[in-house]
Design a protein around this ligand. Structure first.
Ligand SMILES: CC(C)(COP(=O)(O)OP(=O)(O)OC[C@H]1O[C@@H](n2cnc3c(N)ncnc32)[C@H](O)[C@@H]1OP(=O)(O)O)[C@@H](O)C(=O)NCCC(=O)NCCS
Length: 184
């Protein structure tokens, strides 16, 4: 992969058609996306919010918003999916990862708006995370989630992620994917 291709993998905006025929744009999150992200999180169902944040419903706290917007496109990356609803952009999904201190592993997360689930968007957002991690030379992506999260398990298994019960807590599953870095 050339340096240009590397840059492209990290920054590009792509347009994707989902199973419901709707077209979304996926691109790296920007600082000015804060209100889109706030609205997106606020509108998640209790179940989705719980699976993603272990929290209830309602408006996200300012502290959570600061964490979610803390994307430096280096150690912390996020990709958002946007839908143009009659000329107004609406966030319908987001994926992200944060590098470990050693720079080799990264913890990742994904969430799709309830009305937009099972249309292939979660898979697309995770693929973007994998592509970006590969381009950055990250070796392992992982996430520890509730064992009851069957939706995530389906997606992860389809994508070839390793799914193992957490040896320290049988109510949790550790998802991991070995990423093969780009060749220089
Ligand atoms: C997990 C999550 C991101 C999946 O997103 P999604 O957009 O629904 O996933 P996809 O549409 O890409 O589904 C991928 C596969 O999983 C399967 N799948 C997804 N949801 C399913 C469900 N509710 N029941 C059965 N299968 C399901 C689909 O059949 C699909 O398989 P296919 O592509 O072979 O047909 C979404 O359910 C979500 O946001 N959940 C709440 C937050 C969360 O749990 N995040 C993970 C922890 S950070």
């Amino acid at each position: 992969m050339s340096e240009d291709q590397h840059h492209e993998a990290l920054t590009r905006t792509v347009t994707e058609k989902l199973r419901n025929g709707r077209v979304v744009t996926i691109r790296p999150m920007r600082r000015e996306d804060i209100e889109l992200e706030r609205e997106f999180i606020s509108n998640l169902s209790q179940e989705s919010r719980h699976q993603r944040f272990l929290g209830g419903v309602g408006k996200p706290s300012e502290q959570l918003m600061r964490q979610l917007m803390d994307v430096d496109h280096d150690k912390r990356e996020a990709f958002i999916a946007l839908f143009d609803e009659d000329g107004t952009e609406k966030e319908v999904g987001v994926s992200r990862y944060a590098l470990d201190a050693d720079g080799k592993g990264a913890e990742c997360a994904v969430v799709v708006a309830d009305d937009w689930q099972v249309q292939g968007l979660g898979t697309l957002l995770l693929k973007r995370v994998v592509e970006s991690a590969k381009s950055r030379g990250i070796e392992l992506l992982y996430s520890t989630e509730s064992a009851s999260n069957n939706k995530l398990r389906e997606v992860a298994e389809h994508m070839g992620w390793d799914c193992r019960t957490d040896p320290r807590d049988a109510t949790q599953v550790i998802y991991s994917l070995k990423v093969f870095p780009r060749s220089r």
